[in-house]
Each structure stands twice: as C-alpha cells, then as structure tokens.
Design a protein around this ligand. Structure first.
Ligand SMILES: Nc1nc2c(c(=O)[nH]1)N[C@H]1C(S)=C(S)[C@@H](COP(=O)(O)OP(=O)(O)OC[C@H]3O[C@@H](n4cnc5c(N)ncnc54)[C@H](O)[C@@H]3O)O[C@H]1N2
Ligand code: MOO
Length: 399
C-alpha cells in the first residue's frame, strides 16, 4: 500500500493554477487574489490632521502663547492660506494640513476668544499629523497573490484605489456520491438507507475553501447510472467520487471509470481512515475516489483534495502536510502499518504550553457525532510505538 506522503505528492503534481477573472471590489471577499495588488495612490494622499484642533508652527507652540486664527479648513475643503509665524488655522480630523504648519494643537488644549487662540500646553513638530503615505505609498504591494481576500483586504484595496480585483477562477469540482443505499437528507427514512452526509460535507468544505463545488445527483451501484454522472466529468477541474471504491461486489466506481478511460494512478493507501483512496485521470480531468465512510471521506479531503484545490487556486502548498505540535492527553498503543488520523479532543494548556490531544475511545469512520466533537486529528506514523500521556505528538486541526 502506498505511503500517505507519496500519495499526496502524486496527486499534487497533477494540479496547477487554473485561470483568473476580474470581479468587482464588492464581490471580492472570499476569493483568492490572482496577482499582487499594488497601491494606485498613497494613503493618506496628503498630510492630514488626526484630531479636531488648530494647525500651527511648532516654534509657536508655547504654553500660554496667543495666536491669530487666519481661517478654517473642514475635511474635504483645504485652505489655500499659509500658516505664518504667530498664526494658526482651525481644522478638523481628516483636514489637509495647510502650508506653513507642522503640527496640530488639539482643541481641548486651546481657549478660543473670537479670532484668537490661546494655547494651554506646549507642542512639538508632527504632533497629530498623519503624514502623506504613512499607511502606504503609491506602488506598494498591498495584498500578495494567492491570498484569500478577507474584509480587511477589501478595505485596503479600496483605500489603494481599486474597484476591480483579479481573482483565481473558482475551480469547478463535482462531488458524486454513489450507492444504492444512499438517500438525500430529508428523504423518507427507511431501515435500509444511509443518508448522503458525505457529499454534503465535502461540498461544504470545498465551497468554504473557494471552490465552485457541485453536488451531483447520487449515482447507483451500476455502470449505467455511474456512466451518466461520469459523462459530465470533462466540464470539471476535478471529479470527487464517494464510496464504491472498496473490494465489495457492488463497488463498481473504479471499474466503471476505467471502462470510460480512467488512467488509474493508484488505488489503496496506507492510511486510516482512508485505505480505499483512488486517484486517476479521466481525459483532462483528475478523479479522486474517496472512501464511502463519511469520516474517511472528509479526512481524505483535508489531506488530498484541499491542497489540490489550493493549487488550482494558485495558492502556495507546502510540500508536507501542515501539522502542529501537541502532547498526548492519554496513553496510546502501538500503530500498525497504516498512518493513523485519530479523532481527538484538544485541551488548551497554560500559556506557552502545547495543547493536549486526547483520542476519542471510538474511532469508527462512520461516526459523525464524535467527528463533529473532535477538534483535531492526531497523526501517527506507520508502526509508531506505544506512547505515554505527555509525550510529544503532531496534530492536524479540523475546520
Ligand atoms: N473486505 C473489506 N471490506 C472493506 C475494506 C477492505 O479493505 N476490505 N475497507 C473498508 C474501508 S477502510 C472503508 S473506508 C470502506 C469504504 O468502502 P467504499 O469506498 O467502497 O464505500 P462503500 O462501501 O460504498 O461505503 C462504505 C460505508 O459508507 C456509507 N456511505 C457511502 N457513501 C456515503 C455518503 N455519501 N454519505 C454517507 N455515507 C456513505 C455506505 O453506506 C457504507 O456504510 O470499506 C470497508 N470495507
Ligand atoms: O479506512 Mo476506512 O477508510 O474508514 O475505515
């Protein structure tokens, strides 16, 4: 059986960035930036006041000094007056700093009588001035390519003068559940049916990561039904199938795909859960066959499908899975030949200490309730020895 890291590398080498498109700033949140976003203007574009008060020369800013007020400049209405020695200009938060002034005295520290202002404190050069380009300068890179755009990036892009954003096209990923026993959520329950939790869960994950994930109609365990679904594969960047990949008589996914020309790369890997994982290429479309057990399907999606999607989106993908350090919260037995992804609870520890990862007692790959309560997967290498509580370990946080 293939090693997990080798299987991951074999999958990832078949994926590269898809195309890009332009969306409006208002539609950009959650998309992945396709090329770096450069400031088209400086922020602030000129030096402005950060307080309501008076612009003056720092050399005049002595406690008790009285200055003549030469005019007023509300924000958005700059004054053409120059602040000379012995004078000041009334301004407000966001007002442009007038020529000649090099500081702002906050109005709480000024007593105004008619057109004269008496300073109630001293001041210094630059006080309460937001300098031109203090936030960023024209030409600065504001958001790097490959970043998933968040609300703060939208604000930055707006301030930088952008109304259109270059983003990666959303990869089209078809999610195909298979099985005669599979019914859709909400369908009348029968004792011999299993609800299609898998495809809904995988579609939700892929959408949250930026894909145009398409929930395909459930295919039955026969070549005709599967063939109908597979016929759409050429319109997809990736086809993900769920179930029917094992060794049972009715596990016909692989044979049907092969009859349609699937070039099988591998089938079965040394992973728990996830042993029957399959990967191949159907024409131009890669196909990842996930195991039917829903926990196995999602764990495999995190390890293999999510990084493939990142590559399609043009995002950097580290060569190795990104795991975190933790300590075991309980003793654990030795592992067999499969790399284990153990559902566990994470207990935060005091500052500076690693979280404790405690495995759930049941690790059945069909148990969604325990899976939903898990915060991480404890990763155990093939043939890892038994370990005691407190021993260092590696975890993969669950989304
Ligand atoms: N003799 C063997 N039996 C099995 C082996 C094996 O090596 N030898 N492997 C086991 C492992 S590990 C897994 S995982 C499963 C996976 O098998 P399949 O990928 O063929 O999946 P199915 O048999 O179709 O389904 C397994 C299980 O999951 C349910 N299922 C399927 N699709 C969904 C869905 N979309 N949503 C929710 N649940 C789903 C299905 O009803 C079955 O109960 O095989 C073991 N057997
Ligand atoms: O490894 Mo199968 O993938 O759940 O139990």
């Amino acid at each position: 059986m293939l090693d997990v890291a080798v299987a991951r590398a074999r999958i990832l080498e078949k994926f590269s960035a898809g195309g890009s498109e332009t969306v409006s700033l208002a539609d950009g949140c959650g998309r992945v930036l396709a090329s770096p976003l450069t400031a088209r203007l400086s922020n602030p574009p000129v030096s402005i006041s950060s307080m309501d008060g008076y612009a003056l020369k720092a050399e005049d800013a002595q406690d008790g000094a009285t200055l003549r007020i030469v005019g007023e400049a509300p924000a958005g209405h700059p004054s053409c007056l120059t602040v000379e020695k012995g004078t000041c200009l009334r301004l407000f938060t966001g007002s442009q700093i007038p020529a000649g002034a090099d500081m702002v005295m906050i109005q709480e520290n000024v007593r105004r009588e008619g057109d004269h202002a008496t300073l109630l404190s001293a001041g210094r050069v630059g006080q309460f001035i937001r300098k031109e380009g203090q936030d960023f300068r024209k030409g600065d890179i504001l958001v790097p390519a490959g970043k998933k755009i968040g609300p703060r990036d939208i604000g930055l892009a707006a301030a930088g003068g952008h109304i259109w954003l270059p983003v990666s096209r959303r990869p089209r990923i078809g999610v195909l559940a298979t099985g005669d026993e599979i019914v859709q959520p909400g369908d009348p329950a029968s004792p011999d049916s299993i609800v299609n939790s898998g495809a809904f869960m995988i579609t939700a994950l892929l959408k949250s990561l930026g894909a145009d994930a398409i929930l395909l109609p459930v295919a039955r365990d026969n070549a005709e039904s599967l063939s109908a679904a597979i016929g759409q594969a050429h319109t997809l960047d990736l086809l993900v199938t769920i179930g029917g990949a094992s060794v049972g008589t009715y596990d016909v996914v692989r044979s049907t795909l092969e009859a349609h020309g699937l070039a099988l790369d591998f089938w079965k890997i040394a992973m728990r859960p996830g042993r029957p994982l399959m990967f191949g290429q159907l024409g131009h479309t890669p196909v990842i066959g996930l195991p039917g057990n829903p926990v196995a399907a999602l764990v495999c999606s995190l390890v293999f499908v999510a990084p493939a999607l990142r590559k399609l989106l043009g995002q950097p993908v580290p060569e190795e899975m990104e795991t975190e350090a933790a300590v075991l919260g309980a003793d654990i037995g030795e592992n067999d030949q499969r790399q284990d992804f153990v559902r566990c609870r994470l207990t935060p520890q005091a500052d500076g200490q690693l979280p404790q990862a405690t495995p759930f007692s049941s690790q059945d790959s069909a148990q969604l309730n325990i899976f939903a309560q898990s915060q991480a997967l404890l990763i155990r290498a093939p043939f890892a020895p038994a370990e005691k509580a407190g021993a260092p370990c590696r975890i993969l946080r669950l989304p």
